[in-house]
Design a protein. Sequence first.
Length: 239
Amino acid sequence: MIFICSLIVIVILSLGFTSNIKTRYSIYYSLAALISILISIYEILRIVSNPKLNGLILSIEKAFMHGNVAISFFILVMFAGALNTKWKVTRKLLSIRAQLAILGSIFILPHGILYLVRFFVLKLPNILSGKTNSTLYLIYIAVGLIAFVILIPLFVTSLKKVRKKMNALQWKKLQRWAYIFYFLSYIHILIVLLNDEEIDLIKLISYTIIFSSYSVLKLVKQRDIKKVRVNSSSSYSCN
């Protein structure tokens, strides 16, 4: 439920403040960085002294820390490249696609860094000593780590100053790694859900429908683009 609420809120904000995000992106980046820092500080304090949040504030903190907000931004980035460009909603998303990707990357940092620290500090010693034996958990960490490593250059090269310094063809080739990141993100989420004592079917079905829909839409769009190119080449040859 937290994921669905996060996605709805991010969709509404992105479509409602498209122009503002496009022109004042630095403010949004700063706000995202501040939130990520606060989330990180709280999570560190929780490990050390176990402070407790309650109610709505706890739900909001979980939405950020568990990656629900970040993945919501990435879902918009995904569908911006898969939906029909004639649609108004697609054009709006495409106009701020880079900004959405950067916001998603900033918000995923606490999740990636702190869960990695927790693994090495709290989980790994128990695994090495034989107290814990969870193959699925190790796979979950490995997949998440690979996805996180792939995300870093995608994040950095999405920044305007960096992008301007790169060759356009090289930039496009690098950004294709985003497809692998999306796939690994889904596998990472899937393993997390399957590793729970009680599987959250609503969340599992929601993620599966979203990522499956994206895959189908993207494949259809690529097929249509290839058809247009082939027809254009044929027409050019005939002339």
